[in-house]
Design a protein around this ligand. Sequence first.
Ligand SMILES: *[C@@H]1O[C@H](CO)[C@@H](O)[C@H](O)[C@H]1NC(C)=O
Ligand SMILES: *[C@@H]1O[C@H](CO)[C@@H](O)[C@H](O)[C@H]1NC(C)=O
Length: 362
Amino acid sequence: HMPSVIEKLLCDFARSLTIINPEQMIEKAKGETAYLPCKFTVSDEDQGPLDIEWLLSPADNQKPDQVIILYSGDKIYVDYYQDLKGRVHFTSNDITSGDASINVTNLQLSDIGIYQCKVKKAPGVANKKVQLTVLVKPSGIRCFIDGSEEIGNDFKLKCEPKEGSLPLRYEWQKLSDSQKMPDSWLPEMTSPVISVKNATSEYSGTYSCTVRNRVGSDQCLLRLDVVPPSNRAGTIAGAIIGTLLALVLIGCIVFCCHKKRREEKYEKEVHHDIREDVPPPKSRTSTARSYIGSNHSSLGSMSPSNMEGYSKTLYNQVPSEDFERAPQSPTLPPAKVAAPNLSRMGAVPVMIPAQSKDGSIV
Ligand SMILES: *[C@@H]1O[C@H](CO)[C@@H](O)[C@H](O)[C@H]1NC(C)=O
Ligand SMILES: *[C@@H]1O[C@H](CO)[C@@H](O)[C@H](O)[C@H]1NC(C)=O
């Protein structure tokens, strides 16, 4: 009677607990939530307690199967597997009604693997597998021109995503003007690189490159300006020459203004000096006063070599009464002043430096 017993058992299996799972493969983007369905029906004969177990066989074959969530004795147990900590949940509030589906949130590449739903309600048992694939959306995509975009030149238009799971699909489009891609580019419209040969100015315009994979897409824009080589050189040379001309012009203006101011001051100085020098000093005080005036006005335009120390020291003393006592001043350089004059003429030694200063300018 052995065969009939086996037959009876097979029959029982067929009638008992069953998992209805249409999907066997699920593909999601990194960071998204994966819904792993596991809906089941029980037969009247399945009278035992309901036990549900989800197992993960990681894609990495070295890792053993892992329990990731458990339902037993009306309780839910999680956090068996550290990599999925806090990211696995039953989706149904009433598991006993026949829904053992789970969600895995914030998907990571390490979540890739085969997930197995095991339902047990004695004597019924059933299990079903679903494969989860986590893909990375294309992102950080960069469009650029490799080469020199000049008429008659060969160069490349490139489109490079920073990341994105394979297989990636590329699509170039022209966004400006007629939106018509050059005919010679059409064979490469779906490749990451377009090789441009013998460029013409009609190629100029704005292009987009879109990169797609099964979970997402990203796009970059590229502005192409095909110009004559001479134009480019001309533009650069023009910019340089223009800048230089501007600098020279500014230099001229500054120089001329400065020179003019100097000349004006110089004329003033000469004027003063003539007025001072030609008529002999009538009184000490008037001479000193006029000297103070000329000294003040001339200092600004005097070069350091002209000042040579004496006028600086004098200026430091102006306009104090030291002026009257200038002959006794220890800071006055003695070289240019005759000692007898100092004692004899009082204010005159002050005049002597002024004269010698004028002499060095003229
Ligand atoms: C499970 O994830 C799906 C998206 O994959 C979402 O629509 C659903 O609301 C989630 N369910 C729960 C209970 O979080
Ligand atoms: C490049 O294109 C111009 C016209 O656009 C043509 O006259 C020339 O022969 C081409 N040169 C090459 C090397 O194909």
